[in-house]
Design a protein around this ligand. Sequence first.
Ligand SMILES: *Cc1c(COP(=O)(O)O)cnc(C)c1O
Length: 301
Amino acid sequence: MHSINQLVELPLFAEKNVTVVLKREDLLHPFISGNKFRKLKYNILAAQAEGKNTLLTFGGAFSNHIAATAYAAREKGFNAIGIIRGQELEHNWRQNATLHKAHEDGMQFKFISREEYRQKEDSKFIDLLRREFGDFYLVPEGGTNSLAIQGCEEILTKEDELFNCVCTSVGTGGTVSGLINASFAKQQIIGFSALKGAFLKSEIEKLVQKDNWQINNDFHFGGYAKITEELVRFINEFKAKTQIPLDPVYTGKMMFGLCQMIQHDTFVPGSKILAIHTGGLQGITGMNRILKKKNLPLLHI
Ligand SMILES: *Cc1c(COP(=O)(O)O)cnc(C)c1O
């Protein structure tokens, strides 16, 4: 399955003589957005091959991965269990758009404290979950494992060879690792970190064999899911000019960073840049609730 490449036309790109194309992975599926579709594909095939009937995974309350797993599980006939970070949500999760939809798709939740959540990779903790829920196929937080990376290698196709540079947003690093593995000779991969902290580079080094990549840590806007008025305005302006919606957690920050780099002449004239629209648009509703509470401008839907 391939997604379309869409030329993005902004005065800045013309002025600097660079070509920017967005790969619209956000349009792959109406509910299993972008890279989460890629990351689940081979995991679901593995769960079927192993004869499992339940998927269990981990995520935060606004997680695109939780939303995608819930829908994919329903579509493929699995039960789904979401272990959600934050016990305080136990009684008011219905007000959270992401969890509300995941529940409608049949996902069952278990809310755990942030301390407990840190044990998400601990085999003793997983054993306790098996005692509570019975047998399941475990999809890790954010969906990243070797099968997810294999799925993300399918984002790039032969036609993408003409690009000098491929950009993506980075959370756990699974997507950028797939892109690095699938990259063509002489291509540079730039990952824009959506998280604060420089630990990602060493994580990704464990997942890839090539060295044609870099992680940019300058555009996380204060950390994961943190947002500023400047970012809201950028996303709204980008949509007004191009008709392309970006999400505030990942793709908005990537595109902001890419535009800044182009503004500062990081790319030689004539460069052809492919940016991956990894999806995440389901999170806009939840973010607008937060923006409203903070009296900040809202994201245009
Ligand atoms: C999860 C997600 C990412 C990050 O992907 P990783 O493989 O965890 O690095 C990027 N963009 C969107 C829209 C996402 O939902």
